[in-house]
Every structure is written in structure tokens, then in C-alpha cells.
Design a binder for this molecule. Structure first.
Ligand SMILES: [Zn+2]
Length: 407
């Protein structure tokens, strides 16, 4: 096949010298030290060419509402209550406008696939869901977006939510999400979310164990339902910060069970660090799930943004490299091999968690991001700038390197 484009002279993980990458009909059709073709060439100038980054846990519907909030305590309870108050006033246009800002930032930071939660309950109705469906359609050329119909504020305490989730799942939601820690009956909440997942044949993604008490984990209930229903490989859990408070032998035991059940764990360091450990008057704990120990036991582990500029996380620009860097710093990583793993947590691992193909190989989709870095570890160490990206072989953004002037 004649290439449509050659990205020339790029650093690729696993190759000692720069390579050319040929793209045809949206796929990678050649990787070699020198590819001679009539096609247009993009000079990579030795920068790192990597598969597109994957955001596996974000909340587009409630991003960008920080200026509407009155934050006093900075706690999880306050964040949930403030968001509940505000979302009753969300309109479809408002949600669309705020989500579009975040999606465009994500694209320009090299993110090429995304799973977003959308809160569906009596306050939000289906307005946020309708807005995010429009976002999904309008940005499909640059970023496929999965929509997780999400019960942020519980199920057993709010009977109107469950039929709304079912309506969304029948009308284009890709999967269902639960939040056991806001439900007065966590085990029943988990059972009902799995029942919806089974009824609609979709994956399930939970917000779980979001505190630093090592006791009372909901993970065993999720593991049991996953195994009972044969949902291995289709379940993810975000936060899981109780694992950060458990002794190493308890973490190892839980890790073995999670790995056996094919359940992925997603750390959300910006939120976990912001909301947890506020009762400490000194030496505040880190409170981020111990992903390296989990990964060593075979658990699929990922890092994600979670929230952007809202009561849960008053920070953020949808840069996944920023989150990988934050995680690496919190987890005290220094070896290149460990930083490579942190890179995989916003790339290959996150894609696996979403059940998406991912990789830079002949035959793969040409979802490629060019990063101003010499290696994956270097990209994480420096939150390296992203320079350009191609989605299915078509350039989806350019972000020119800063140039000094005046000398
Ligand atoms: Zn979340």
C-alpha cells in the first residue's frame, strides 16, 4: 500500500535508533529506519512517538463549575453536596459548553480515547447525559468517548435513579457506574449495578472505598459479584484508597483476589490528594492506591484525571502526563522501568481497562502522539509537552514547541 503520510525520524519505545512510521488508510503500514515514499513527511526530529493516551476516568458533566461553588471544608461530603445542589440547575447547553472545553484540552494534550461518567438521578435527569451524547458525536473524529451512566448519590436511598439509569443504558450509554460509598446499603447498591450491567450486557465501573480507614472495604462485594456473574475483565474501580491504609499483607491478599477477578484499579491522584487526610493536623497522608504493588500482583492499574476545576478537584487541565507525573511523585518512583509503568497507566493499561486495542505496530490504528521527550520515562519525569497527534492517521492537533526570541 502507498502511504498517505510518513512520520520521519521518531523515537519509538523499544527501538535504539530513530524510525520512520508510514501511515495508510488510517493504519500503521510500515515501521523502518528509512521509508522512501512519495507521501508527505512529518519530521519528528527525534521526538517520542507513542500511541495516543487514554483517559479512563473523568467527569465531563461536572467539570468547570468551581466558580459557582462555595467551598468551606474541602471534604468529600461537601463536594458531593455542592455538586448535587448545582446540578439541579445544569442545562444541556451549560453541560455541553463546559465539557467541550475539557475535551478540547484533552485532545490537545494527546488523549485519544476517554471514558466519562455522567451523573443520572432526579436532580440531573437526563440533561447531562443528552449533552454528553452530543459531545460524543461532535468530537468522534478526534476522540472516541465512552459514556458511563453513573449513580453518584446512591440507589437504594433514591428509587427514581435506577429507572433513569436503565433509560440511559437503553438510549446510548456504554456502561453503568456505581458509587458504593454514598449508598446506605453498599452491598445492595453493588448488586443492583451489576444487575443493570448484566441486563444490558455492559461493563461496570465503581467509585469505591474513598477514605483512609483500612476496614470496611467494598472490594470483596465487587469481587464476589464479578465472579458470580462472569464479568471478569469488564469491571473497574476508581479511588480504592483504603488500599493505601492497609498493611502490605492485606494489600497483597486483596491484589491477588482483584487480579484473579480481572478487576482494574484506577488511581485519581489529584482528587485523592485533595480530599483525603484532612483530619491530620500534620504529616497529611498521601492516600493514593498503591498501584505499583497491585501491578506487581497482576492487577490492571491506571491513572486518570477524574475531575477538572470543581469541588472534588479545584485543579486540572486534562493533561494525562500531568497525572502520571503526580502519581510517580506520590509513589516515589525513580527508576526508568517504574516511570515506564507510570506511562503505561495513562496509555496501554488504561486502554486495556476500557477493552480497547492500543499499540504502535504495523496493522494498528494510527492513533499517534508526538511528545517532546526522549523516552516514555522522560515524558513522565518532565510532564513533557505534547507537540502533535494523529487520530486514525489524520492530524487532530498541533501544539508548537515554545520558541525563545530576542537574542
Ligand atoms: Zn470519579
Amino acid at each position: 500500500m502507498v502511504p498517505d503520510l510518513v512520520i520521519a525520524g521518531a523515537t519509538l519505545a523499544g527501538h535504539a535508533t530513530p524510525m520512520d512510521v508510514a501511515i495508510g488508510a488510517g493504519r500503521i503500514i510500515g515501521i523502518a529506519p528509512q521509508i522512501v515514499a512519495e507521501a508527505p513527511r512529518h519530521a519528528a526530529e527525534g521526538n517520542l512517538l507513542a500511541p495516543g493516551l487514554v483517559e479512563c476516568h473523568i467527569h465531563l458533566d461536572k467539570a468547570g463549575i468551581l466558580e459557582r461553588c462555595a467551598l468551606e471544608r474541602g471534604t468529600l461530603a461537601e463536594a458531593v453536596a455542592e455538586t448535587a445542589r448545582l446540578k439541579a440547575g445544569f442545562t444541556e447547553e451549560d453541560v455541553y459548553a463546559r465539557a467541550a472545553v475539557v475535551v478540547e484540552q484533552a485532545i490537545s494534550h494527546g488523549t485519544m480515547a476517554m471514558r466519562t461518567f455522567v451523573e443520572i438521578d432526579p436532580r440531573a435527569g437526563l440533561r447531562s447525559f443528552d449533552a454528553i451524547k452530543a459531545i460524543r458525536a461532535d468530537y468522534a473524529h478526534a476522540i472516541p468517548i465512552e459514556i458511563c451512566a453513573f449513580a453518584q448519590e446512591g440507589l437504594t436511598n433514591e428509587p427514581a435513579t435506577e429507572p433513569l439509569l436503565a433509560t440511559a443504558l437503553a438510549d446510548g450509554a456504554d456502561l453503568v457506574g456505581g458509587c458504593s460509598y454514598t449508598d446506605p446499603d453498599p452491598a445492595e447498591h453493588i448488586r443492583r449495578i451489576f444487575a443493570l450491567a448484566e441486563r444490558f450486557g455492559v461493563a461496570a465501573d465503581f467509585h469505591v472505598d474513598f477514605d483512609l480507614d483500612p476496614e470496611g472495604s467494598d472490594l470483596p462485594a465487587i469481587i464476589a459479584e464479578t465472579e458470580r456473574r462472569g464479568w471478569q475483565g469488564r469491571v473497574a474501580c476508581g479511588h480504592a484508597t483504603k488500599l493505601a491504609a492497609m498493611p502490605p499483607d492485606a494489600v497483597a491478599a486483596m491484589a491477588a483476589r482483584l487480579a484473579g477477578a480481572g478487576i482494574g484499579i484506577v488511581a485519581l491522584p489529584a482528587t485523592d490528594l485533595f480530599l483525603l487526610g484532612r483530619d491530620a493536623d500534620r504529616l497529611a497522608p498521601r492516600g493514593v492506591a498503591p498501584l505499583m504493588a497491585l501491578a506487581a500482583a497482576g492487577v490492571v492499574t491506571a491513572v486518570a484525571s477524574n475531575n477538572i476545576l470543581n469541588p472534588f478537584t479545584p485543579f486540572g487541565d486534562a493533561s494525562l502526563l500531568r497525572q502520571a507525573n503526580l502519581f510517580a511523585n506520590v509513589a516515589q518512583l525513580s527508576r526508568d522501568s517504574d516511570l515506564d509503568q507510570a506511562f503505561a497507566m495513562i496509555g496501554a493499561n488504561a486502554a486495556r481497562l476500557l477493552g480497547r486495542a492500543h499499540g504502535l505496530a504495523v496493522g494498528a490504528a494510527a492513533d499517534l502522539v508526538l511528545i517532546d521527550a526522549t523516552s516514555e520515562a522522560d515524558a513522565v519525569r518532565r510532564c513533557a509537552p505534547v507537540l502533535a497527534g494523529w487520530k486514525n492517521g489524520r492530524q487532530s492537533f498541533v501544539r508548537p514547541r515554545a520558541a525563545l526570541l530576542g537574542r
